[in-house]
Design a protein around this ligand. Structure first.
Ligand code: SAM
Length: 345
């Protein structure tokens, strides 16, 4: 009974904030949340629950904490209303970061990782191939984001923003569960980036259909932008919680939703060889925008090599990063101070 009371106290505000949905829809969301949390509790917990509170030597005023831990386990135990923004590049489908798929990529067998051809003397990084996901995997993906949205809602303060990386093929599986969980969609950040995804001629019939591409060559990456509803007006929320809006670039310039950004290359990639490394040039812009008054804590539940944490340090903002894979966690430990000091201009 006590457990039930705690659960209701913890999640009542979610129920109340889902104004746009029917009572049945809201009830469904709350019951799914209870079940997903229950599932999380009985599932394997990789938590070592050791907080690595750090400071980068030349930026002593900006603490960051990283945990080698499962994001859902950490979020479940996190205090209510204690995170001011989330900036994250999540795993897609829980498939590409499975031991089996990582092993296939390492051995050059591909699997879900598309291994782009080498040309102009430059070796490209592997990219996940989302067109090979089965219906079951797509459904698992939707459920994963449903669980994530539900887990983030209570720990974020009212007006807290979530910036979440996606891609044009599967973004709908991310966005709908966030809206269903009670988040407001506040737009999308379009990262203009030339990838090697799409644009190919039909397989094994290149010559016969030399004028045809099966899909467009992808030149952009969508980042969903969501907000936990504010308490009252934005100005009230800013005063009470320090959130609700986005930090402007300058007095004359608002934050914009299109950012031109090349993939992380060269020295940055030498520092952190994570297959999904995001560049500092891009991350620093969105991390800075995520805290409108420059106050509060940013969380990256899927930090990989820690690039979001490094961007936060570079912007003088406090952050927390979580990573469940031991190799990537060790990579983050080494890479964060170097990426934070990296000159991204
Ligand atoms: C797309 S990558 C992020 C890479 C990051 N953008 C970077 O620049 O290094 C997602 C990361 O989430 C980690 N991950 C997957 N499931 C997780 C979970 N349940 N909890 C914490 N980390 C998880 C994966 O090991 C992977 O490193």
């Amino acid at each position: 009974m006590a457990q039930f009371r705690t659960f209701v106290e913890r999640h009542l505000h979610i129920f109340l904030s889902m104004k746009n949905q029917s009572k049945l829809g809201r009830l469904h969301a709350i019951v799914s949340l209870a079940l997903s949390q229950q599932n999380g509790r009985v599932g394997p917990v990789t938590s070592s629950r050791i907080a690595h509170l750090r400071f980068v030597e030349n930026l002593p005023g900006t603490p960051y904490t990283i945990y080698h831990e499962d994001a859902f386990a950490w979020l479940r135990d996190r205090e209510l209303n204690s995170v001011h923004a989330v900036v994250t590049d999540p795993p897609y489908g829980l498939v590409e970061y499975s031991e089996r798929q990582l092993e296939k990529m390492k051995n050059g067998n591909g699997g879900i990782w598309r291994l782009p051809p080498d040309f102009d003397g430059c070796k490209r990084s592997p990219l996940p191939r989302f067109t090979v996901l089965t219906d079951g995997e797509l459904e698992a993906l939707r459920k994963f984001f449903e669980r994530l949205a539900m887990a983030l809602m209570p720990v974020l303060v009212p007006g807290g923003h979530v910036f979440i990386a996606s891609n044009p093929l599967v973004s709908y599986l991310v966005y709908e569960p966030f809206i269903h969980a009670g988040f407001e969609k506040r737009g999308e950040i379009i990262r203009i980036v030339k990838t090697l995804r799409g644009g190919d001629r039909p397989k094994n019939a290149h010559k016969e259909f030399s004028d045809v591409s099966v899909m467009p060559r992808s030149c952009w990456e969508p980042w969903g932008l969501f907000r936990r509803p504010c308490e009252g007006r934005v100005q009230d929320n800013l005063r009470r919680w320090k959130t609700g809006g986005l930090r402007r670039i300058s007095e004359a310039e608002p934050f914009r939703d299109v950012i031109i950004s090349s993939p992380a290359r060269g020295r940055e990639r030498e520092i952190a060889s994570h297959p999904s490394l995001k560049p500092q040039h891009f991350l620093r812009q969105i991390v800075r925008a995520s805290l409108p008054l420059g106050e509060g804590i940013i969380v990256d539940p899927f930090m990989g090599s820690g690039s979001t944490i490094a961007a936060a340090i570079a912007c003088g903002l406090e952050s927390i990063g979580l990573e469940s894979n031991a190799t990537f966690f060790a990579m983050a430990e080494r890479a964060i101070p170097k990426l934070a000091a990296f000159d991204s201009n």
